[in-house]
Design a protein around this ligand. Structure first.
Ligand SMILES: Cc1cc2nc3c(=O)[nH]c(=O)nc-3n(C[C@H](O)[C@H](O)[C@H](O)COP(=O)(O)OP(=O)(O)OC[C@H]3O[C@@H](n4cnc5c(N)ncnc54)[C@H](O)[C@@H]3O)c2cc1C
Length: 478
């Protein structure tokens, strides 16, 4: 693949002011919100992708108010200093990772729920609020915020919006974009922009809310969000756990369930290696050897009938379904899938990938992954949000390894090409960040990238917001 040339909007760190002068200005105007504690700066050099920047950032600003965000941006704009917005640091694309000469601006301390309107089914929140914390507060009111990344217990609403996070329930309830009505954003010069509305509908002007969602901190810093809520599902869920002789048949079953016009709330697939990893993590032998797992959950009034049809489809594809109508057994099946992330963490260092393909191409994508494993001599245990065609192929790295080696990036390069060739995309939900910027043009083409760079330049003419992320080839090609 060709390398995307560095963007014209990249800031020159410290071109206009010395680091000492920037630090002095931050301390004078923001006081205790500014940390230069080596432990804080070190933590800000990485996120859950495991990628680590070349050096410690200049400072970490722990903003607790909108005005502190604005002040940070004004100082950065005045001094030409790059600013890296950051939420909980659970990102998997190194988007919120700071390096030498950069200010990391954390909104994690802005974590209040400002309003819940039961009548209008909306909530107004600050960006640092943890996703799960919002739902804990909403549950007693019978309301629910549906975007549910698997990291919902540890990731922030602001980070979820900035990455347009997905999760287990997207095929039925949509990704984050479908649940955000409006935003308040601090722009690169510190001024505030309000986007969107509190109404269910609203089509006045360009949809700047949608533009901000998934912009990965390159267009502004989200300081407030108006979120669409839903009634909590009240019907008892029906959950199916099914094992298959191979992943291809499990993928074919999931595609057939979608094609049968069924809409599971969650449909999650684990290949045989992932099943073995979870079994060994749990100290159990639930999946056995060589079997893939498909979890299907229905959560509305038609759940029992839909589950019957889905179970027939599973059997037709050679699977053995366990249908559970009682909540505890359903949760046990879901817990089996939830154990995947800790099981993965227990095997050591991995590169977590995130391609998506049309749902009908899921089985073909698993074939491609098997081919890449064979040809590159790598192991890529894969789970998929099968309901929306989003796969997480995870490259196992040698223990103790610091950097992702070139050989793995070459295999990943083929993975991205395969997904794009099947009509898919190189990131379904984790974002581009630093790690995938060099593949952006390959998928989008020069017209789209050119226009997107121009939009970036309108919002951030000096290029101080997340420079090197998304549009610039921040890392060298393998
Ligand atoms: C175990 C695990 C499971 C995961 N599962 C999923 C999943 O199912 N679905 C999914 O989509 N992701 C998943 N992720 C990835 C990650 O949790 C999401 O990308 C999440 O949305 C990041 O939120 P954060 O608060 O940690 O943001 P960070 O990692 O801090 O930042 C992510 C990006 O958002 C930007 N940003 C953060 N806050 C703001 C703000 N206030 N204004 C502007 N930009 C901002 C940053 O600059 C960066 O580009 C998972 C991660 C882990 C570790």
């Amino acid at each position: 693949m060709t390398r995307t040339s560095p963007g014209p909007t990249t800031a020159e760190p410290s071109a206009a002011a010395s680091s000492a002068a920037v630090l002095a200005a931050l301390r004078e105007e923001l006081g205790a919100a500014v940390s230069t504690d080596p432990a804080d700066l070190d933590a800000a050099r990485t996120d859950k992708s495991g990628w680590r920047s070349a050096g410690a950032p200049l400072a970490l600003v722990n903003a607790t108010t909108v005005s502190e965000v604005q002040t940070t941006l004004r100082i950065a704009a005045r001094t030409g200093t790059p600013v890296i917005p950051r939420g909980a640091g659970t990102g998997l694309a190194a988007g919120g990772v700071g390096s030498t000469g950069e200010i990391v601006l954390s909104t994690l301390g802005m974590n209040r729920i400002l309003e819940v309107s039961e009548a209008d089914e909306l909530a107004v929140v600050e960006p640092g609020l943890i996703n799960d914390a919002l739902n804990e507060a909403l549950a007693p009111r019978g309301l629910w915020y549906s975007p549910d990344p698997a990291s919902k217990a540890i990731s922030s609403i602001g980070g979820n919006i900035a990455t347009n996070a997905g999760g287990l329930l997207c095929a039925k309830y949509g990704v984050t974009r479908e649940s955000v009505l409006g935003l308040t954003v601090a722009l690169a010069d510190g001024t505030l922009l309000k986007t969107g509305h509190r109404t269910v509908k609203g089509v006045t002007g360009y949809d700047l809310t949608a533009l901000m969602i998934g912009s990965e901190g390159t267009l502004g810093v989200i300081v407030e969000a108006t979120l669409r809520l839903r009634p909590l599902p009240t019907a008892p869920p029906v959950t199916i756990g099914a094992f298959f002789p191979d992943v291809r048949r499990a993928a074919a079953a999931s595609a057939a369930i979608t094609a049968a016009r069924l809409r599971p709330a969650a449909m999650e697939l684990m290949d045989a290696v992932s099943v073995r990893m979870v079994d060994s993590y749990l100290g159990a032998d639930i999946g056995g050897v060589g079997r893939a797992f498909l979890l299907i959950r229905f959560d509305d009034g038609a759940a029992a009938d839909d589950a019957r049809i889905a179970a027939d489809i599973v059997r037709a594809q050679g699977g053995t379904p366990e249908v559970s109508t009682d909540v505890a057994t359903g949760e046990r099946l879901l817990d089996y899938r939830r154990a995947y992330h800790p099981a993965l963490a227990a095997v050591g260092r991995v590169l977590i990938e995130d391609v998506a393909v049309p749902r009908s191409a899921l089985a073909a994508m698993f074939d491609e992954i098997a081919r890449i494993e064979r040809e590159h001599g790598v192991r890529i245990p894969t789970v998929a949000h099968a309901g929306d065609g989003n796969l997480h192929p995870n490259f196992l790295l040698d223990p103790g390894i610091e950097e992702v080696p070139e050989s793995i990036w070459r295999a990943a390069d083929e993975l991205f090409r395969s997904a794009i060739a099947l009509g898919g995309t190189l990131t379904g939900e984790h974002g581009v960040g630093l790690l995938k910027s060099r593949w952006l043009e390959e998928e989008l083409g020069p017209q789209s990238v050119g226009l997107q760079r121009a939009i970036k330049a309108v919002f951030d003419p000096a290029g101080i917001l997340n420079p090197g992320r998304v549009f610039d080839a921040g890392l060298a090609l393998p």
